[in-house]
Design a protein around this ligand. Structure first.
Ligand code: MD6
Ligand code: FE
Length: 213
C-alpha cells in the first residue's frame, strides 16, 4: 500500500548477487510480529543452546513451523520438537509465512515455501560468530531474515571464513533476503550494544525463514 505520509517508505539495498536488504519492509507489521513471537515463546521458551563444541550460545533461540533448528552436543539439526520442552514447535503464524513468501518474491525468489522459522533473541553483548547456513536440504531455496528491536551490525563475508566482510547495520523492520550465488556466504552479528527499543525493549529479535526439508 502506498503511504503518502510515511517519511521513509521501504527501499531496496543490494548486498551482493542474490542478496538484498528490504529496508523497513516489516516496520508496519512489527507490533503484530512481536506479539506472535511472545505467544510462541510462551509455549516454547527462548533457550541458550549448547554448541557441539560445548559452548553456551549468547543468543537465545526458539522456533516455529514444522521444523526447528537447534544445537546440542550431537550437532546442529532440524527437529520436529523442542528438545528442551519435549513439545512440538508451534505452527508458523500465517502473518509470518505470508511476509516471508511475499518478500522472497520481491527479491526475485518465487515459490518460496518455508517449513522452519528460527527466532533469535539478542541481549546486550550477545553475538553470532561468522557461520554459513548449510543445514538445509535444498540450497537453491533462499533464506528470509527479519530484524526487530535494537539495531545490530551484520557482517556479510565471502565463501571462506577468513574473507573480508562488509558491515551493515540492520535496524527495526529490515528484511534481508539471500540465496542463489550468495547462499553460502559467511555471515554473523557483532555484539549487541545496550539500549531500549520503544517496541521491543532491551532486545533484538531476528526471524529466519528457511526451507529445511
Ligand atoms: C541474525 N542471521 O540476523 C542472524 N542466516 O540475527 C543469520 O544468521 C542469517 O540473517 C541466514 C540468512 C540470513 C540471516
Ligand atoms: Fe545464519
Amino acid at each position: 500500500m502506498l503511504d503518502l505520509f510515511s517519511e521513509e517508505a521501504p527501499w531496496q539495498e543490494p548486498l551482493a548477487e542474490g542478496a538484498v536488504i528490504l529496508r523497513r519492509r516489516a516496520r508496519d507489521q512489527a507490533d503484530a510480529l512481536l506479539a506472535e513471537i511472545y505467544a510462541i515463546a510462551a509455549q516454547n521458551p527462548f533457550a541458550h543452546r549448547i554448541t557441539p563444541g560445548g559452548h553456551r550460545m549468547s543468543v537465545a533461540m526458539t522456533n516455529c513451523g514444522d521444523l526447528g533448528w537447534s544445537s546440542d552436543s550431537r550437532g546442529y539439526q532440524y527437529t520436529e520438537q523442542d528438545n528442551h520442552s519435549g513439545h512440538k514447535w508451534p505452527p508458523m503464524p500465517s502473518l509470518f509465512r505470508e511476509l516471508a513468501q511475499q518478500t522472497a518474491q520481491e527479491a526475485g525468489f518465487s515459490g518460496f515455501n518455508p517449513d522452519a522459522c528460527l527466532i533469535n533473541r539478542y541481549e546486550p553483548g550477545a553475538k553470532l560468530t561468522l557461520h554459513q547456513d548449510k543445514d538445509e536440504k535444498d540450497l537453491r531455496q533462499p533464506i528470509v531474515s527479519v530484524s526487530l528491536g535494537l539495531p545490530a551490525v551484520f557482517q556479510f563475508g565471502g565463501f571462506e571464513r577468513g574473507d573480508a566482510t562488509q558491515r551493515v547495520l540492520l535496524e527495526h523492520g529490515d528484511i534481508v533476503v539471500w540465496g542463489g550465488p550468495s547462499r553460502l556466504r559467511y555471515h554473523g552479528i557483532l555484539p549487541l550494544k545496550p539500549g531500549v527499543h520503544p517496541q521491543a525493549g532491551a532486545f533484538r529479535y531476528n526471524l529466519t525463514f528457511r526451507r529445511a526439508h
